[in-house]
Design a protein around this ligand. Structure first.
Ligand code: AMP
Length: 223
């Protein structure tokens, strides 16, 4: 594929994007927009792990208990899973959007050696806003869609089937937010040239305006 498309005059080189933000920071919404507009492969470690738990695989068994308490799955396992995924052909042709990785200093260091990264987006949202967003969050297990009882109410006819993720209750929300804060500054310093802090405490369309402008700029610079 590369030999066909890579040399096309003006062809866009694929972007390597990382998005970070506390739980409930609006990453899911922005990832949908980024995927749609820039055609990158969306790799959400949370979704990958939830799928592994559902399938009952060895990885799923290892991850299940840790996830339910709001803790982190081992670096060793995460680095292996993401390293193997980033090595696949679709990543080379379409680029990627890493969502949920890196989450620790060890993961940040490992990522530096795996693939070139163009930009690391940080969605900045105050802790108390994150807690409120998480406790009202509901997941539709059939479509994977995320709703919020106050800010993004689900349609009445699917209300019954919605689930409140075990790791979205107030206690685990606090654990997850403090774990995120403990690690965010290290990740920022590891990728200091690539880091862009975006105000995530505003309407999703305004967040998207900042993100899409930054990504267009990166893409232009890569042509
Ligand atoms: P998320 O949907 O991104 O909030 O992830 C849900 C849960 O999956 C987290 O609370 C962690 O237990 C686990 N998880 C996801 N990504 C990682 C990662 N990069 N490192 C360790 N644990 C992770």
């Amino acid at each position: 594929m590369d030999f066909l498309f890579g040399k096309k005059k003006g062809a866009k080189k694929p972007l390597g994007i990382v998005i970070c933000g506390g739980p409930g920071s609006g990453k899911g919404t922005q990832c949908e927009y980024i995927k749609e507009k820039f055609g990158v492969v969306h790799l959400s470690t949370g979704d990958m792990l939830r799928a592994a738990v559902k399938s009952g695989s060895d990885i799923g068994k290892e991850a299940e208990k840790v996830m339910a308490t709001g803790g982190l799955v081992s670096d060793e396992l995460m680095i292996k899973v993401i390293g193997e995924r980033l090595d696949q052909d679709d990543i080379k042709t379409s680029g990627f959007l890493l969502d949920g990785f890196p989450r620790t200093p060890a993961q940040a260091e490992a990522l530096k050696d795996m693939v070139p990264i163009d930009i690391v987006l940080f969605l900045e949202v105050p802790d108390e806003v994150l807690t409120g967003r998480m406790t009202g969050r509901r997941l539709d297990p059939e479509t994977g869609a995320i709703y919020h009882l106050v800010t993004k109410p689900p349609p009445a006819d699917i209300m019954e089937r919605l689930v409140h993720r075990a790791d979205d209750n107030e206690e685990t929300a606090k654990t997850r937010i403090s774990t995120y804060n403990d690690n965010a500054s290290y990740i920022k310093s590891t990728f200091k040239d690539e880091t862009l802090e975006v105000n995530g405490n505003q309407k999703p369309t305004l967040v998207w305006k900042s993100i899409s402008a930054a990504l267009r700029k990166k893409q232009k610079a890569k042509k």
